[in-house]
Ligand binder design. Sequence first.
Ligand code: UTP
Length: 303
Amino acid sequence: MKEVVLKNGLSMKPNAVVTKCLFPVAGLGTRFLPVTKEIAKEMLPLVDRPVISYGVEEAIESGCRDIIMITGRTKRSIEDYFDSSFELESILRDRGKMELYEKIHSISEMANILYVRQREPLGLGHAVLCGEPFCRDGYFGVILPDDVFVSDVAVLKQLIEVHRRLGGSVVALEEIPRSEVSRYGIVKSRIESDGVHRIIDMVEKPSPEEAPGNFAIMGRYILSPAIFPLLAEGRAGAGGEIQLTDAMKRLLETEPMWGLVYRGRRFDCGTQKGWLAANIQLALEDADLNPVILDIVNAFKER
Ligand code: UTP
């Protein structure tokens, strides 16, 4: 395993395992208004469970034992969801609904989850910085739960494997059409090996003319704790928020960073259209729900 020597003389061994994962979920979710006025978009259902549950399951599957959620106003329901529900559980037990009881009880046993409040939504970079007290001792994962992945191997785990092999930070990449680059962080990179890119530069939401390529960063990262001092400098980037991309660009000056073209399918649940499409797609892939959706569509066509 490569030891990373930083410009300031410090050296940092990559973790053999990444055990901590940050979930920044304190954003306002304006693209979902008015729903998000009082409801956490992460708690909207994706077929049979909240959107955020998919991200938590991915983190656990990837070997993360500690999950740190950076939350804000309107996000309390996330805490309640992952907490034990004593009253409900005892009612289910008393009524002999043991299968349902097990299902509900297992949710609170999923992981060790900590909650930190981001008092003001000062951007994704600031939200990550709020996790510093828990993540400053080693490389850590970041999951943006709006991006839901369905894959054979958990996407965060795919990133952890690259980190183990090559050291340094790792981001999930997807090749997107030029016309969509202004919605994402876009990297300039050179191909290192199958699916792995060495990141050279990155730019947040460029115009198609300015974009250095068409590989976009999706919501999964393995980050070095050296990101925290860079975030703390709090340089306000685009939109007056503390941008994660700006700090990552500076991290590139001192540490290697890799991009992995992930293997799997992504569903963007950060917008109403994307969330609705994900529900329909995943319901169509469910044996029980498939005929329900097809019946509705066929009845609609015959109207
Ligand atoms: P987005 O850019 O998608 O913003 O944040 P958002 O607030 O969730 O949604 P829109 O754009 O207003 O509809 C990317 C991720 O960063 C988190 C969000 O919760 C999301 O997971 N975030 C963003 C924070 O935790 N804090 C912030 O101040 C901003």
